[in-house]
Design a protein around this ligand. Structure first.
Ligand SMILES: C[S@@+](CC[C@H](N)C(=O)[O-])C[C@H]1O[C@@H](n2cnc3c(N)ncnc32)[C@H](O)[C@@H]1O
Length: 270
């Protein structure tokens, strides 16, 4: 059902209200069980991953592009002009298509750990761009799951979803209930915990050869502080990606991509 909406205060557009108000959206989206997918590709990927659509907000020219989706889903579709979309969301919606999707319950960490062999573990990563970039690399480089410390940002926040180009839908993730205590369950499931740190005392990635491990969990810290002392103490080994030109650390997204490649299953043993 496509409905033309001309009033920015129409309550049916409530899911799309004030998308640039990070504080508001951080509270509203998990509480109401929704997240926002932006752009045709990401909306299609969310649907392929089995997320149910609550509603869609489209500017006129996207109605034709999204016709097959409109015909398939029972959700209402609100057609609006770009100026109204901007008034509702708070920004110019370049991609012209937004969908409000229903969250699914997360798989418990123990279930993910039962079958996974390569796991990324993030501590306090609260930048949505970095979360999205890490998920994109995790998907592309064949990581099996992502675990988050309780204070990591939401992978389904609009910016993370967008930066990951929908990869947050392909790699299963879970939030650990306690930190760093929750890492004990990772070790008990047979994983070796490798803390990624630029610290000079760490073994170099080549020496550590984490790709030879049957099950490995790669721990990543946030920009600024990096991994906390308690997280570093909980690890089995510290691993460092060697750097040149006096650079003291990599962005966590870049470090994750290098480390994921280094443990990729099927990587040639160099
Ligand atoms: C910007 S760094 C944090 C820098 C922080 N001052 C520290 O000493 O950890 C963010 C995260 O990326 C990863 N990282 C960055 N550079 C790295 C390197 N050369 N080797 C291994 N991990 C690295 C680590 O997990 C780190 O916690």
């Amino acid at each position: 059902m496509t409905v033309l909406v001309t009033d920015p205060m129409d309550p049916r557009l409530g899911d799309f209200l004030a998308l640039t108000d990070v504080q508001l959206r951080r509270a509203k989206e998990p509480a109401e069980g929704l997240f926002i997918a932006e752009g045709e590709k990401v909306i299609r990927r969310a649907r392929q991953a089995g997320y149910e659509m609550r509603s869609m907000l489209l500017s006129a020219k996207w109605v034709d592009v999204m016709r097959d989706v409109i015909d398939e889903v029972p959700a209402p579709v609100y057609a609006v002009d770009p100026a109204l979309a901007e008034r509702v969301t708070g920004y110019h919606v370049h991609r012209g298509a937004l969908a409000s999707m229903q969250r699914k319950p997360l798989t418990p960490a123990d279930d993910l750990l039962r079958t996974a062999r390569r796991v990324a573990v993030m501590e306090s990563v609260n930048d949505h761009t970095n979360i999205g970039a890490i998920f994109r690399s995790a998907a592309a480089l064949g990581m099996d799951a992502v675990l988050l410390s309780p204070d990591c940002a939401d992978p389904l926040y609009r910016r993370s979803v967008k930066v990951s180009v929908g990869a947050v839908f392909s790699v299963p993730y879970a939030r650990l209930d306690s930190w760093p205590k929750g890492l004990a369950a990772v070790r008990e499931a047979g994983f070796r915990l490798r803390a990624l740190t630029p610290d000079e005392k760490a073994s170099s990635m080549d020496e550590a050869a984490p790709h030879r491990l049957d099950r490995v969990a790669l721990m990543l810290g946030a920009e600024g502080d990096g991994l906390s002392t308690k997280a570093l103490m909980a690890a089995d080994e510290w691993v460092r990606i060697p750097m040149a030109h006096g650079v003291d650390s990599l962005n966590v997204g870049a470090a994750a991509a290098v480390a994921f490649y280094a443990v990729a299953t099927g990587r040639a043993d160099v």
